[in-house]
Every structure is written in structure tokens, then in C-alpha cells.
Design a protein around this ligand. Sequence first.
Ligand code: KIV
Length: 275
Amino acid sequence: MEPHISKFVNVTKVTTHVLQEMKHKNEKIAMLTAYDFSMARLLDKAGIDVILVGDSASNVMAGHTSTLPITLNEMIYHASSVIRGVKRALVIVDMPFGTYQGNSKEALSSAIRIMKESGADAVKMEGGREVLESVDRILSAGIPVMGHLGLTPQSIHKFGTYVVRATDEHEALKLVEDAHLLEKAGCFGIVLEKIPAKLAAQVSSEIKIPIIGIGAGPNVDGQVLVLHDMLGITQEFSPRFLRRYNNLSEEIQGSVKAYIKDVKTVDFPNEREQY
Ligand code: KIV
């Protein structure tokens, strides 16, 4: 497949300013999650603009059924592994549940730990007005913050379900208001998850900072997917917005089965594979 020629291909390090420039020049931003050194290195070499060390690590790396259990120490471990594999991409780290909702002082010390101990470029937090004080405090310490609105998985027990958010007028109005508040506070971007495409397009045209969608339609400034979902490593999760680019679960299991057979039949190691 012919690679898309990006106007930003010569950028040696993607910064929040580069993302703003991409929005300005109508270049879509490509973002994926990663949680470890080897995958992050592959993504970076392939030219991904942004890597999110998502708290989806709680699901895809640790096997929990929600993002709530992952800890700050675990996120820092994943983030520092990712950072060691990345030269060009902007690396954003999710602040895990319980590390910023309590009070803004605690939020700031969580964000400082992430930045100091992992070497990340920015943090991401879920919520609008409710977390604004924490957003303000983190930003005033010079740490770039990305917002996250719509389906915010850390609030799954409040929502009760993973259905599309902001389909009613009240929730849609709150979402638009929250997006304006986050922009005014100084966030460098916002993720919009699983909301109607028309609403996402409205936010993206009203707001000057980059809007990254996941299940938010095409009329936003970029897209993000969970790496293990788009590679087909996970199979159970199949929302409408997910495009699978591979079926790695089958490929990996095929390779493992071939290896088991070779070991059992003493086909492996052969003469050239020994000393
Ligand atoms: O944790 C995550 O992977 C995320 C994306 C789904 C945006 O927040």
C-alpha cells in the first residue's frame, strides 16, 4: 500500500504545537495506544503522530473488565517503557482513576509523578467542569493536558452501559460547554469518545484546539484506536466504530501451534539451530 505523504513527515519530534499546526493545515492526526517498548517502537517507526499510554492497559494488558483498577505506579511503568521506544511521536499518558478526581493538589502530584518518572510529553484526564480545578492546577505547573469527553470509561459505573453518549439535548449541551471550558483552561486537545458524528463535527468546528475522535465520525481533527483492538489481538470487543486492520490473534495462535508441534516432534531445533 502506498503510504500517505504527510506535510509533517520531516518533523523530528511531534509536540502539542505541531498538533495545533496540523489542525490549522487540515492534516488529520493519527493516534494509537501503546503500553510497552516493542510496540511503541514499531508505531513510532511507522510514523504515528501520537501515542496514548491509555488506561485501557487495565483491560488489554492486565485483563481487568474496566479501566478502574489500574494504578498510578502501573501507568508509570507502561509509560516509561513506551517512552524508551519513541523518538518522534508525542506521548500522552492517561491519569488513572482516583488520582485526580479527589482534589487538585493530589491531581498535580499525580501528574508530576507521571512526567518525572516516565518522561512523557503530556497527560490526559476524563471529564469537563468536574475536573476543571485539577486541569487548571496541572496546566499552571507547565504540564500539557488533553481532555476526554463523551463516553469516559472511568465513569462506567455511573453510566451503567457503554452505549453512545450525548444523544439527548441536555448531555449534548453539557458536552459542548465542557469542550469550551477545557479549551479556555488551556488544554491542547480533547478526545471525544462514542458520541454522534454530527455533535463531534460541531465541537471540532467551534473549538480551535485539535479534537481526536474514537467513535465520533470523520469530521474531527484526528482518530484514535486501541492498538490491540485494531490489530485483532482482542476479539471480544467489536463496537461499530472499530476497524480491524489485522487478525493477529489467529496469526499468533497459528505460530504458537506450529512451535508446539515442532518441539513435540523434535523438528526444532534442527542442525543449524544448535551449537
Ligand atoms: O485508554 C484509552 O485507550 C483511551 C482511548 C480509548 C481514547 O482513553
